[in-house]
Unconditional design. Structure first.
Length: 197
């Protein structure tokens, strides 16, 4: 801080005190003022105006805040992208495993159809096939729930948009897990049926 600024601050403080009708200042108050002025002088380099130093400090804080905000935004964006990618992968997996199992089981049923003593095995395999079919349906419902979730989060449903988005999100997750459960159940039933035959 320039020495002329220190003198100017000191003079303006005396003038303001005098204008308020104060004729005597206790030594303690004068010492407190001197300490405050010393702290202000210590914050700014010599030969630099206090206003310039404060402006530079403000610019530095603003730049740091902008950089931090941008970094948080980019991190959140990358997290969103990874969540969407993983969700799509889980949805596709549930659809593929149930669809593939349905086709494979239909081919197997076609091979044993009409064989001797095949009826108990066919009945058990039909239950497994039904699980796979409902697994495909559950995966398709998850895709529909994902659409409602995204539309809700985008504000497409007015005042209830956020609730629709959250509900669609929960429903999509439950349908995907339902698809996995139905695949596991169908596979268990098929294993037992083949073991009986």
């Amino acid at each position: 801080m320039k020495s002329s600024e220190v003198i100017e601050i000191f003079k303006s403080s005396i003038a303001a005190t005098k204008a308020n009708g104060v004729e005597h200042v206790p030594i303690e108050n004068l010492e407190a003022f001197a300490n405050e002025l010393h702290g202000l002088v210590g914050k700014t380099p010599d030969d630099v105006a206090a206003g310039e130093a404060a402006l530079e400090e403000y610019r530095a804080h603003l730049s740091a805040w902008v950089s931090s905000s941008q970094q948080r935004h980019e991190t959140n964006l990358e997290m969103l992208r990874s969540v969407v990618t993983v969700g799509q992968s889980a949805l596709k997996s549930a659809l593929l495993i149930n669809g593939g199992a349905s086709v494979a089981l239909l081919a197997f049923i076609g091979k044993i159809w009409g064989g001797t003593n095949a009826q108990p095995t066919l009945d058990a395999l039909a239950a497994a096939l039904l699980c796979y079919i409902f697994g495909v349906l559950s995966s398709a419902m998850a895709a529909g729930a994902t659409y409602f979730s995204q539309a809700g989060y985008a504000g497409e449903f007015g005042s209830i948009a956020h609730r629709v988005g959250r509900s669609g999100h929960v429903a999509a997750v439950l349908f995907v897990f339902g698809g996995y459960y139905l695949f596991a159940r169908g596979s268990w039933l098929a294993f037992k049926a083949i073991g009986l035959g």
